[in-house]
Each structure stands twice: as structure tokens, then as C-alpha cells.
Write a protein that binds this ligand. Structure first.
Ligand SMILES: *[C@@H]1O[C@H](CO)[C@@H](O)[C@H](O)[C@H]1NC(C)=O
Ligand SMILES: *[C@@H]1O[C@H](CO)[C@@H](O)[C@H](O)[C@H]1NC(C)=O
Length: 809
């Protein structure tokens, strides 16, 4: 066997297409004999394609069959193309002149498709064979010399010289064998009578006929001719045509008439009765067509498939009742119908494509073919218009599916691309195949916060770890590209950023510091959300945090100074009328709003009903004129309470002594003697009102100023000295900003209600440190005392304007 394919290998290799899209095509052609042993080497594909053997394995080289069965395989270890199944040329291609098998050699990464063409050469592997081992012939003894009797040909499926070459007849006296050639080139062995038959001497003759082929080695087949000598049957059936030709569409219904054979025999009676039969019927045709022995009608009996064979050549025989037979050929052409759908085969496809893939990136290689011929085998391939892909065909029957536009996973993460192949037959047939393609994510979207600015309120004094706000950003990417980490932005002041911590995964912002409203009431943080992609994207939002006041500071008495052992005495003229201003208890509360709204009550007095404390101002006035029995020294205990939910309080001890050498100042008892001071009062009122109006204008300007200023956060001034009179408007970051709550937020007005009186209004806004307060108030007290005693005559009304925040309310 091995010597049969020694010199048969040659190959043609040419590149059809430069690796324009990363795919190249070529063709390899091998000529090989049929019937090679399984595992025989056809050729070395690696060598012939100029590839490294190692490359074959790495690029998953494989042989794919197009419709046919897998007759050869690739040994990736050696690069050899091996026979993997028996190849019988006669079975694959019947009697066709050339027998070509098409395969594809596919390599991946980069994709390369090469056409493998196997040209199967015939070998002499079949013996000539007679349809019947014994040919019966009945001859009348009167048969004239030279009379020819056509014999059935021996059948040899091999081609050319491997087919029948000659016939030999065994030695005998009466018969010779001659070949008769027919018009279509077919030749038949014919038995020729050479010597007169005599039934009386020899009633039977047994001859042996050998069909010999021209192959190497020679093969032959034998049949016996059994001749009976009869009395009289003078005529042989004669076919009306020497060759019958007919055509029938494939898939024709059973019983369809193909043709009618017609032979005549001029004998009478039984010698003239003709029966028709096939003299040789191949396995393929067995059961597919049948002949009516009496009428000679040839009809369809099974399934006729053009793709199986396009034409059939059959031997037919007409035999009379006397055993005389003649032979003839019937050629049936099969008409192709469009009975095969186009075939779509995905030769290579990636199931993922990155959303930033450049237009023209190949996604799949599709092989499309149709087993039909002509128009029925002409296939048009298409995909829908509404997908960003297109088909590119560089090689017949091969289509590349490539991207044709911008992909966006956020817009469409998955494509089902329907590939439709339609042939041009009538009616046309089509097939579809769906290629599912997932678009993989690329980090092309930044995280986004729902709002640019978030506001949060927390109470002061809350423990460390209190949740302030939960921030959430969205990222429309996928996977780690959408995994958001939160952190406090680098832009934020480092001291401030140490006051808060953020859970980087959940976006929950916690305090890491206890806040004191009296120290700072407002913070502004910038929070950055960053995704996990490469490159990373981030976005930032602003968080305003407002600290809300709690009543955590008690009132602090500034005057009179409450030091143990020494209490400053206030002196009142003994002639003072009822309603005379004796002194004033001055207290402050570091809280704001209601929490700092102080009220004053006398809870203990040396003599009751002599002095009264103004609930709001803390002014101590006489209720009546002094009398003889009144003690010269009085001690009052004034309770100062704030207005918080759980109010805090302090007591002030006021010491008052009566003096008879002091002048009575009219400014101190306007309540008792209003009429005398009405003019004066009106004058001050006018001044006060115009001042208020002026300040209101300034305040409005201040409101605008602050609305458009961006202050990260504001500390209260530590530098302004006590006592601080109400600031007229908010000018800078050093201003007691928190007191202007209405400027920041509507729900944080701070009505500072200690200003019950239009004069004597003391405001303390800055320092909460009680020690400093005490020290400073001592200094203040000394100052005030000195002023009260030395400058009393010129002490005028402190017409402090109403607090601007209060006005806003
Ligand atoms: C058969 O052939 C003969 C002579 O060739 C003709 O007369 C006869 O009509 C034919 N019969 C049929 C059925 O065609
Ligand atoms: C694609 O087809 C699959 C399976 O039939 C289906 O689950 C999926 O929803 C389809 N996708 C689109 C985008 O139509």
C-alpha cells in the first residue's frame, strides 16, 4: 500500500489575501490514492504552509469538514495530515472523473483559514464482476453461423485503466468472443457462433468467461455461460434504441415514470414474450428505481438525491421466453432542485468584545455554503441593519463579522446578531443562526452624586462615631469599574478632615470629634467618590454640616461679681422714688436662641416688696420710696435661669446699701416720673429709631454679602474682648457668625431675647470659657463700678440697637 502514494504528493500554496483583517487564506492540494491505511501520512501541513509545528498546537489548528465526513485529521505534534477514515473513491464520487474533497484548516489567533483539497486518485481495488455468476442462454440448433449474442458486461467500479480491459472465453469448438462497440463508446462482449450447433450431439455447452481489468496487479472476474441448444427460437429481442436517456427531478414522488423500455421479438408465442430487468444495479440505486418486467416502464421507487449522484448509468436486459436476451444502457440524469438549505457554520467566534473595540474588529468568522448547484446554491448572507456590526467577505463562502460603530455597554450590554443566509433558488431557502455577543465593560463613566451639595444637621455634644449623613454616588459601569470608594477630599482642610471619618465602602460619614456649638457651628467638607477602574474616575460633592445648639451652658453672672467674702455694694440714695433703678444683674449664657434666653427673679430679699427684678433685663428697681423702718443694707438673691428645655440657672447675690448723701438721678426713675422726661425720651426715641433704620439697611447688605460668600467654616472670635455689644452686621469670618442663624438657614434664627429694655442692653457673645469669662467680668465690673460711681451723672442710655438677627425674625 505504501508504495502507492510514494510519488503522488504535490501541493500548490498561494496567499489569496494579505492579513488585512488578521485573517489569511491559502490553498493546499494533495493528490492521494484511495484506500490508504488509517493513520497514513497525506502530507506535512506545517511544512507546506511554512508554519512552525509548535504554532499548530498554540493556535489550536484543526481540520474542519464542510458537509462531508471528517476523513482526515491533523496531528498537531508533527504537523502531518493523517488519514482518519477509509477513503473509497467509488463510494465518495462514484464514476466521476475527478474526486475532490474539500476541507478547511483553521488556525486561531490570528485567525487563518486555509483550504485543503484532497484529490483522490483511483487504485485498482475492485474486481470486475458479472451481475450473475451464471449466464443462461438458450439457442436453437438452426441458429446461423456468425450469429452474435450480446453478453452482459462485467462491472468494475474502478476508473480508466483500472476498469475492464478485455474478456476471455474458455476454450471450445463452437463459440468465439468478440467485442461490439456501440455508438456511445461502450463495448459489449458478444458470443459469436462459429460452428453449427447440433442438439443431438451436444445439447449443452458450459463456457467460462473472464473479465480482466487493466490495473496492476491485474484483477479478473468470472462467469459461467450455460448454453442449452433448443429446437427453434429464431429471434432475439431487439431494443428500439441502443441507449435510453431520461431525466428526473430529484425528490420525485414514488411511482413517477422515468422512461419506458421497448424491445421487440419477432418470434411467436413464448419465444416472443419479453421480460425486462436491470442487468446490474449499484447498491446506491437498489430500491431507488424499478422496472416493470412486462411493460418496460422505469419508475421511481425511492428517494432520488442529486447531491448523492447527478447521473446514473444502468444496464437493462430484455429477455424472451426462450432465454434469448439483449442488453442496453439506460442513463438517468437527475435534475437538481433547491432542496438544501444554506448551511451557516461559525468557524470561530469570540463571545466578548470590549466596549472600546475599534470599528473593524473581527468578532466571528462564518462559513456559508449550500449543497445545491446553480442559483439554488448561490447564497446571500445578511445581518440586521440596527446593530453596529457588518459582514465583510474577502474569500468566497467566508464572511467576517466585524464591528461597524461605537459600542457602549451602558447603552447595550449584549447583542444577539441574527445571521441570515438565503439562496437564490425558487423558492429560495434560508437558514438563520444567532451569535450572542457580550460587550465587556471599560471604565468610561465617572461616579456621580445625586446632588452637588448635601446638608446635614447634628446636635452638639454627640459622641464620636455618630452618623452624620450617608452619601451615595452612582456609576453606570460594571464590576470593579463601578466599585465606588468614598473619602474626604484632599481639598478639605486637614484639621477639619480629622473631625470626620467616612466609611469608604458605604459612604456613611461619622463624627470623630465631639462638637461644641459654641465653638463652631458650621463645617463644609468635600467628599470624593472614586471608582475602581483604570484609569480611575472620581467626582466630588460638598457637605454642609450644621451643628445644632443644646442647652449645655448655664447662665454666668458677670455683675455683681460673685466672689466669696466680698460682694460689691450698690448704693442707692435714700430719697430715691419708687421705680428707681438701683442696679442691674448682668448674666450671660454661651448657648444661643432659647437656650440663652435669660430670666431674672428675686428669690430671697432682706425685706420683701421693696425691690423688684425685671424678668428680662435683670434691672433691680425700688418698688416704693424708702421708709424709716427699712434697713440701711439689703441683700437680694436673684435667680437667673435660661430658657432651655432643661433649664440651667445661677444665683446672684446683690448687696444694696442706702445712702442719704447721694443725689437722685432722674434718668434712673423715668417709670415713676415719665411726664418730666417725655421730651428727653422722645428725643432719644427718634435717635434710636433712625439708628435702627440705618442698621436695618446695613443688615440687608450683610445678608446679601453672606449669601454670596463661601465660608468653609467659621470659628468664633476669641479675640474680641468682653463685653461685646451686639454686632451691627456680619462683616467677616471673625464675626459671631453663628448668631446670625437666619443668614445661614431658616430654621436657625437666634432671637436673643435678653434685650427686653431698650437701654442697658449688654450682649456677650464670644467666649464660653468660664474662667476667662470670670476674669474678664471682674475687670469689667471694676470698670463699671468705677463708671457707675464717678461718671454716673453723665451715664447716658446705652441705646443698643436691636439685634439684627432678631429684626430678621
Ligand atoms: C416499440 O417499438 C416499436 C417499433 O420500434 C413500435 O412499433 C411500438 O409502437 C413501440 N411500442 C411502444 C410502447 O412504444
Ligand atoms: C439574547 O438571547 C438570549 C437567549 O435567547 C436572551 O436571554 C437575551 O435576553 C437576548 N438579548 C437581547 C439583547 O435580546
Amino acid at each position: 500500500m505504501m508504495d502507492l502514494h510514494r510519488s503522488l504528493k504535490w501541493w500548490i500554496y498561494f496567499l489569496l489575501c494579505a492579513p488585512l483583517f488578521g485573517v489569511s487564506y491559502g490553498e493546499l492540494r494533495y493528490v492521494l490514492p484511495e484506500e490508504m491505511n488509517r493513520g497514513s501520512v497525506i502530507g506535512n501541513v506545517a511544512l507546506d504552509l511554512g508554519l512552525q509545528v509548535s504554532e499548530l498546537q498554540a493556535r489550536r489548528a484543526r481540520v474542519v469538514a464542510e458537509g462531508t465526513s471528517q476523513l482526515c485529521e491533523l496531528d498537531t505534534a508533527s504537523g502531518n495530515l493523517l488519514i482518519s477514515q477509509r477513503i473509497d473513491r467509488e463510494e465518495l464520487c462514484a464514476q466521476a472523473n475527478s474526486c475532490i474533497l474539500q476541507f478547511q484548516l483553521l488556525l486561531e489567533d490570528p485567525l487563518q483559514a486555509s483550504s485543503l483539497v484532497l484529490d483522490i486518485a483511483d487504485i485498482n481495488d475492485n474486481n470486475p464482476e458479472f451481475a450473475t455468476r451464471e449466464i443462461k442462454l438458450d439457442l436453437v440448433e438452426s441458429t446461423v453461423l456468425g450469429r452474435r449474442f450480446p453478453l452482459e458486461c462485467a462491472h468494475d467500479p474502478d476508473l480508466g485503466t483500472n476498469s475492464i480491459r478485455e474478456y476471455k472465453l474458455s476454450h471450445n469448438d463452437h463459440f468465439a468472443l468478440e467485442m461490439s462497440s456501440q455508438i456511445n463508446g461502450n463495448s459489449y462482449p458478444e458470443l459469436v457462433l462459429k460452428k453449427q450447433l447440433d442438439r443431438e450431439t451436444e445439447a449443452e455447452h458450459l463456457l467460462e468467461i473472464n473479465g480482466i481489468d487493466g490495473g496492476y496487479p491485474v484483477r479478473s472476474g468470472t462467469a459461467f455461460i450455460h448454453i442449452r441448444v433448443l429446437d427453434a427460437n429464431d429471434n432475439v429481442p431487439i431494443f428500439s434504441q441502443r441507449l435510453y436517456k431520461a431525466s428526473v427531478p430529484e425528490n420525485a414522488a414514488k411511482g413517477t415514470l422515468i422512461t419506458t423500455l421497448n424491445a421487440t421479438d419477432f418470434d411467436e408465442g413464448i419465444y416472443g414474450e419479453i421480460t425486462y430487468s436491470f442487468s446490474h444495479l449499484s447498491d446506491k440505486m437498489g430500491g431507488v428505481i424499478e422496472v416493470n418486467p412486462l411493460t418496460g416502464e422505469v419508475r421511481v421507487a425511492g428517494v432520488i438525491d442529486y447531491e448523492e449522484a447527478s447521473s446514473h448509468e444502468l444496464g437493462v436486459q430484455a429477455k424472451d421466453g426462450g432465454g434469448q436476451a439483449s442488453h442496453c444502457k439506460l442513463v438517468i440524469d437527475i435534475i437538481d432542485l433547491n432542496d438544501n438549505k444554506p448551511v451557516i457554520e461559525i468557524k470561530s467566534a469570540s463571545s466578548n468584545i470590549a466596549e472600546d473595540a475599534r470599528p473593524g474588529t473581527m468578532v466571528a468568522l462564518i462559513n456559508i455554503y449550500d449543497m445545491d448547484t446553480g442559483n439554488s446554491g448561490h447564497v446571500i448572507c445578511s445581518i440586521p441593519d440596527n446593530v453596529p456590526f457588518k459582514l465583510v467577505s474577502e474569500v468566497k463562502n467566508y464572511h467576517m463579522l466585524v464591528t461597524d460603530g461605537i459600542l457602549d455597554r451602558e447603552f447595550q450590554p449584549e447583542y444577539n446578531i441574527t445571521v441570515t443566509a438565503t439562496d437564490s433558488g425558487s423558492p429560495s431557502l434560508s437558514s438563520v443562526k444567532v451569535i450572542t455577543l457580550l460587550v465587556s465593560d471599560v471604565n468610561d463613566n465617572p461616579p456621580t452624586f445625586t446632588h452637588y451639595v448635601y446638608n446635614a444637621n447634628i446636635l452638639e455634644n454627640l459622641p464620636v462615631g455618630t452618623l452624620v449623613i450617608k452619601l451615595e454616588a452612582q456609576d453606570s459601569d460594571d464590576g470593579t469599574n463601578a466599585k465606588i470608594l468614598y473619602h474626604i477630599s484632599q481639598d478639605t482642610n486637614s484639621e477639619l478632615s480629622s473631625f470626620f471619618t467616612i466609611n469608604q465602602n458605604t459612604g456613611e460619614l461619622f463624627t470623630s470629634h465631639t462638637f461644641d456649638y459654641e465653638q463652631s457651628a458650621y463645617f463644609q467638607l468635600k467628599i470624593t467618590a472614586q471608582d475602581g477602574g483604570d484609569p480611575q474616575f472620581s467626582s466630588t460633592c460638598t457637605v454642609n454640616i450644621f451643628i445644632q445648639d443644646q442647652n449645655d451652658n448655664g447662665p454666668v453672672i458677670l455683675y455683681p461679681v460673685q466672689t466669696s467674702g466680698f460682694i460689691a455694694e450698690d448704693v442707692v440714695p435714700i430719697e430715691a422714688p419708687g421705680g428707681y433703678l438701683v442696679t442691674k444683674v448682668v448674666a450671660v449664657d454661651a448657648d444661643s436662641g432659647h437656650n440663652a434666653w435669660l430670666s431674672y427673679r428675686i428669690i430671697k430679699a432682706t425685706r420683701s416688696n421693696l425691690f423688684m427684678a425685671d424678668l428680662h433685663t435683670g434691672e433691680i428697681r425700688t418698688l416704693r420710696t424708702f421708709m424709716e423702718e427699712d434697713e440701711p443694707k439689703h441683700t437680694l438673691v436673684v435667680l437667673v435661669t435660661d430658657n432651655g428645655r432643661e433649664s440651667l440657672s445661677a444665683t446672684a447675690t446683690v448687696s444694696i446699701s442706702l445712702s442719704d448723701g447721694m443725689p437722685v438721678l432722674s434718668e434712673f426713675y423715668e417709670f415713676a416720673d415719665k411726664s418730666e422726661n417725655n421730651d428727653n425720651l422722645m428725643f432719644y426715641l427718634i435717635i434710636a429709631l433712625s439708628t435702627v433704620s440705618f442698621l436695618f439697611v446695613l443688615l440687608i447688605s450683610g445678608v446679601f454679602y453672606f449669601n454670596f460668600c463661601d465660608h468653609s467654616y467659621v470659628y468664633r472670635s476669641n479675640t474680641s474682648s468682653l463685653p461685646v455689644f451686639p454686632t451691627t452686621y456680619c462683616t467677616s469670618t471673625l464675626t459671631d457668625f453663628s448668631r446670625c442663624g437666619t443668614l445661614l438657614r431658616e430654621d436657625r434664627y437666634d432671637p436673643f431675647m435678653t434685650t427686653g429694655s431698650w437701654r442697658g442692653d449688654f450682649r456677650f457673645g464670644s467666649n464660653t470659657d468660664t474662667d476667662i469669662l470670670k476674669k474678664r467680668s471682674a475687670a469689667y465690673q471694676k470698670n463699671t463700678l468705677r463708671r457707675l460711681s464717678t461718671e454716673r451723672p453723665s451715664l447716658k442710655i446705652r441705646a443698643g440697637p436691636t439685634h439684627p438677627c432678631y429684626v430678621i425674625k
